[in-house]
Design a binder for this molecule. Sequence first.
Ligand SMILES: *Cc1c(COP(=O)(O)O)cnc(C)c1O
Length: 396
Amino acid sequence: MNDTLEKIDKEYVLHTYKRNYTDFVSGKNATLYDKDGNDYIDFTSGIGVVSVGHGNEILANALCKQAQNIIHISNLFLIEPQTKLAKKLVDLSGYDMRVFFANSGAEANEGAIKIARKYGEVDGEPKRYKIITLKNSFHGRTITSLKATGQEKMHNFFGPFPDGFVYAEDIDEVLSLCDSKTVAVMIELIQGEGGVEPQDKQKVKILEKELKKRDILLIVDEVQTGIYRTGELFASNLYEIEPDIITVAKGLGGGVPVGAVMTRLKDIFSPGDHGSTFGGNYLSSIAGCTVLELLEGEKLNGRLDEIMLYFSDKLNEFALQYKHIVNEAVGLGLMRGLRINSEENLSKIITKASKNRVLVLKAGRNTLRFLPPLTITKNEIDKGFERLHSVFKSIS
Ligand SMILES: *Cc1c(COP(=O)(O)O)cnc(C)c1O
């Protein structure tokens, strides 16, 4: 059955992914099951998406109930759960902002770029339009968010791209690139796809201050770091900064596509300036509300912090045991990585891990990335690391 499915998939779906053809049929929290009933520990949560775990009953029930009622009526009408989700995001963040809802991270970033561009206009003229991003960043796959992404290899095709993006080597170089045309700086506080690279907190705070002085907007792309991934609602909370614009997506819907851009520029848009057919509909907003309620609960009862500490201890211990393969353990909260000594070993590890029934990710060139569900149990963590031990023991 799987062979047939694999064949059909290859025949009919465009080849944009190097797929693993394991046929998963069900899941419970951080455990997935294939059609033969084998269990896999999921340290990926669908790339940071399934924040409250697979098969979450509370989320499933909320979605079912909503689907039986109204799924969608468009943004031309009041949508109760969207209103509630916006208020909840703003209240939990502690930032004085308003929210626009989209369907993905790239789309949230497009919204952020539009806000910045509009902010830089004077009498309809683009007086300031340049946005500085980092060379190792990742901001999405649409033409504009791809151009915002600083990694050169991403710009091999698809041109011409929109103008106005400037890439800084690192956060230290940002201010020296600002000129009279610069309207915003966009950063990830922990680069995800780029290789689990946390920025230095003090440097970020200094950058924030300097940008404020120059009236240059700070956009924080929290598509991966947001929604309690680092222990606080936003990594911006952890870094104790107040961005002008924040984008979120991955973990917010627990698997239902939902993206959002939040800004303190509450009146930047007038009706007609921006929009989305699907964004913030009943289904995705109920998903967001339910996920936030669940994770706020995990944070308040101490379980989130406890499990983050547990994972961190396990990972550090693991790194020390395999010093000949692992250069360093990196990351924050449940956004973690191991720097592997060679690209070759890294790809061996990922393939062998899947065969040993533990799912892990690659980031950057040499980082083994961990993005488990935020509801993962100690037992699941133990099992996952046990399986990783056999993988690493087989690598010389
Ligand atoms: C995943 C990601 C994106 C893109 O999100 P999509 O939902 O795939 O469009 C953008 N920025 C960051 C930091 C991400 O991790």
